[in-house]
Design a protein around this ligand. Structure first.
Ligand SMILES: [Fe+2]
Ligand SMILES: [Fe+2]
Length: 173
């Protein structure tokens, strides 16, 4: 692919793609919080935001967890004891996210279909969003401070390129 004139094309490495995902996780957690806290927003705004939050957390986030568990973990495992412990914690935390995520997407599905139920469902959205923000604060930090630096330190260029290919392939079908 051609880059803009005068700018070199720097292909994204695996960590760059994973960090973009983390940006989207933070963005949609903030959006979920805004849905829960909404007071003066129109029904259309509440509905649209709920649909977006639902779509992100049901379709995109599971792909990110698969990137980490299926493309990163098997290639890092067994190289560094500290990293291995953090990989175990990462997988455990992915499981722990399921319950609050389930509550969030259930409430957002209902609000997407009928934003008139906001008064009834706002506290569920807000509680789930708050719990998830707490979960992801530690989780994203663990990955960004230990696991992603290990990817750059321990995987060679060809291995990284394979990870990038798998990440892109998951989103192309
Ligand atoms: Fe993760
Ligand atoms: Fe992650």
């Amino acid at each position: 692919m051609l880059g803009k004139i005068g700018k070199p094309v720097t292909p994204a490495d695996a960590v760059a793609l994973l960090l973009e995902c983390h940006g989207r996780i933070r963005f949609f957690l903030a959006m979920a919080r805004r849905v829960g806290e909404a007071t003066d927003e129109s029904a259309e705004t509440v509905s649209d935001a709920s649909v977006q939050v639902h779509r992100y957390f049901t379709l995109a986030l599971p792909l990110h967890a698969r990137d980490e568990e299926e493309s990163i973990l098997p290639r890092l495992r067994g190289r560094d004891q500290l990293v291995d412990a953090q990989l175990d914690a990462m997988v455990r935390e992915h499981q722990e996210h399921h319950q609050p995520l389930g509550r969030l997407v259930e409430a957002c599905a209902a609000l997407g279909a009928d934003p008139g139920r906001h008064a009834l469902l706002a506290s569920s959205v807000l509680h789930a969003a708050t719990e998830l923000e707490r979960h992801f604060l530690d989780h994203l930090a663990r990955e960004e401070e230990v696991i992603f630096p290990a990817v750059r330190r321990l995987l060679d260029g060809a291995t990284d390129a394979s990870v990038v290919k798998e990440i892109r392939l998951r989103r192309s079908t």
